[in-house]
Structures are given as structure tokens and as C-alpha cells.
Design a protein around this ligand. Sequence first.
Ligand SMILES: [Zn+2]
Length: 250
Amino acid sequence: MASGVTLRTQIIVLHRYAYSNSSWIVKAISPDVGVLSLLVKGAKSKNSPFKAGIDSLVHSEIEIPRYKGNSSLIIPKEAYLQNYFPKMRSNLQSLASAQLMAEILLKLGNGKSHAAEEFKWLLNNLECLELNTIKENSLSLWLHKLCDILGYAPTLSKCGQCGQELLQPADLWPALGGAVCKNCLGERKSGYDPAFLQELGNFANGKSNQRNSWQRIENFFLGHLRVHTGALENLKSWEWLLETRRLAEC
Ligand SMILES: [Zn+2]
């Protein structure tokens, strides 16, 4: 491996910014490598072989010559566009939701260990957003899935103390890794609003919820990820997503 091998890998572009007059620095997630940084030279020229293959949120395949497995800045040779997700882009809420997922994965910046699963579920969500208009619960499901991939998913559908199956948690205890039942809670008071615990129970058991409850569930999982990773403060796309939702209600 001293001189490196040619690696062909799939990517989803999470973010990019201009570097000099002609180049881009592209942050992308690959199932084989994790989050990687690409220096794409000459990509702004008309005859560039990269074209739309390195636009934000595209799914592409790239070829990396002489890949050594430890490069901090990778120079790819070519990008082959797989999916531009044009319908997803034309819907403001779908786009904002995709941008939030991308920003979260970028901030987590995980290496190889969870990359295959993170890539798979991001791609899966982009494909769903492309096929359908955005679903109310899709972001909650994705955030929960991400907690699960990283090993932080709270147990919600059974009591962490006695193992009893639950329709809704009586409280959430971090030390138990999630829900606790009424019996085990005993005389203690829950730290959560009962209406929210009901919504969370519905979510965990695959039942439907009121339209405006999804945001509380998203907030819960975002907070959960924030506490466990310490990496998700000030998510710009979260504010933007809330803004697009307010616009949609006007
Ligand atoms: Zn219990």
C-alpha cells in the first residue's frame, strides 16, 4: 500500500466551498472511508470532468488514484454522477431536511466505523425525498436511526429496569438508557410532560402522532445526539428547516 491503490467509492456531498478561483474543497461521506475532504482542482471550468458530480447533496461515484488510506486532503480524478435528486431540490422543506442531515453527519465527522450505515441511511432518505414529498415523521425516524447506528438509541418500548413492554414510558432515565415503567417509577415524579411521553411512546410503537408533535420528537433525538456526541451545537440548517415549515403554514 506504500504507493497507494486506485479507490472507487460512492459519495454523497455534504458541503463544499470555493478554494482559489478555480477549485472546490468538497466534504463528502463515503461508505468505505467515512467523512472525507476532497480538493477538486479546476472544477469551476466548463470542461471539468466533475460537472455536477460534486454539487451539494448529490450522490456520485469518485475515483481516487493512489489512495493511501490516511490522506487528510484527497485529490479525486473523476466524479460520476449517480443521482442529482432534482425533485428533492425543488421542494424547500425536503431540501432543508436533507441539508440538516448533511450538516449533522458533517459535524459528527465520523471515520470508517459507522460510515457504511450512515451512508446507507442518508442515501435512503434522499431517495425517499426524491420519490415522495416530505413525510412528517421522516426526520424523527432518521435521527432515531442515527442514534441507533452510533449505539446511543434510547430504549423506549420497554422498561429499562424490569423489562416490561411499554405503550408509553412513565419517565426517561439516562442511567437506564431510556424508558422506565409506572411501577418502577413508583412515587417519583417524571421529569417529562406526560403528553410528550405519550407521543414518544406512539413513535416507538410505530403509531401516528399529531402533526405538531414531530418537532418535539425531533428535538428530543437531537438533544440526545448532542449530549452523547458533544458535536451538534448551533445547527444552522435546523433553524432554516423550522423557517421553511413556518413558511409552509402561511
Ligand atoms: Zn419497570
